[in-house]
Design a protein around this ligand. Structure first.
Ligand SMILES: [Zn+2]
Length: 223
């Protein structure tokens, strides 16, 4: 586009293009963003504070509004944390080991995202691709179509797995393609390294004390 529209001489466009991985969703799928777009971030800030302020709001008034907002957020966070710890998600799908493990580890909201990917996984087809490699490579695509196919590479010896869709890198949650392959190999647990502390129950405790999800589950059983 820089070439097509003759923008190479414009410093503002050149700078924007130089930093393209920071704003282009097609190019920044190696970075964790929790699936939140930069535009959503500014919109949510506007939604939280912007509607209470105007151009004539003084700094003192703004600070008061900001403090009240943060107090409300923290209170809401405490309430959700309390409810999240004391509830375990149920599912309309049979709780196979992988789904059961996800329901025990993730908060209800995150489990719903995992459950959605699990449901999508059941509607996909995985084809083994023989390659000259000790790793297993599968082509995973919707059963009804070849469109949207991705390649999943799986190392059975240490259960390392990755997918070309990069959902895990961006969102911190397995995609339907990976779940399909894990299900095929009867894997019943998500490895600690694939469970982000921020998505689990007791996430505050896990983050502050740098605990692994399995440590959390052990201490939960001891209580
Ligand atoms: Zn994928």
């Amino acid at each position: 586009m820089m070439k097509d529209y003759g923008l190479e001489g414009y410093s503002w466009f050149k700078r924007l293009y130089k930093h393209r991985v920071k704003w282009s969703t097609a190019l920044n799928n190696e970075y964790f963003s929790a699936g939140i777009l930069s535009s959503q971030r500014s919109e949510s800030t506007n939604h939280a504070i912007g509607f209470q302020t105007s151009k004539t709001t003084s700094v003192t008034d703004f600070f008061g509004i900001f403090e009240t907002t943060v107090r409300r957020w923290r209170s809401e966070e405490e309430r959700k944390e309390f409810n999240g710890i004391r509830s375990t998600a149920t599912s309309v799908y049979p709780l196979v080991d992988l789904l059961l493990h996800a329901s025990q580890v993730y908060t209800v909201k995150l489990f719903r995202i995992f459950e959605r990917q699990f449901a999508l996984a059941m509607g996909t087809r995985a084809t083994y691709l023989p390659v000259d490699d000790p790793l297993l490579v599968y082509r995973v695509h919707p059963a009804a179509s070849e469109d949207g196919a991705h390649h999943v590479t799986y190392d059975c010896s240490n259960q390392l797995i990755e997918c070309t869709c990069r959902k895990f890198q961006v969102m911190g949650m397995f995609c339907s393609h990976i779940i399909r392959v894990l299900h095929m190999h009867s894997v019943g647990e998500i490895l600690n390294m694939y469970i982000l502390r921020r998505w689990i129950k007791f996430s505050k405790k896990a983050v502050w004390e740098r605990l692994l999800p399995s440590d959390i589950r052990r201490s939960e059983r001891c209580q």
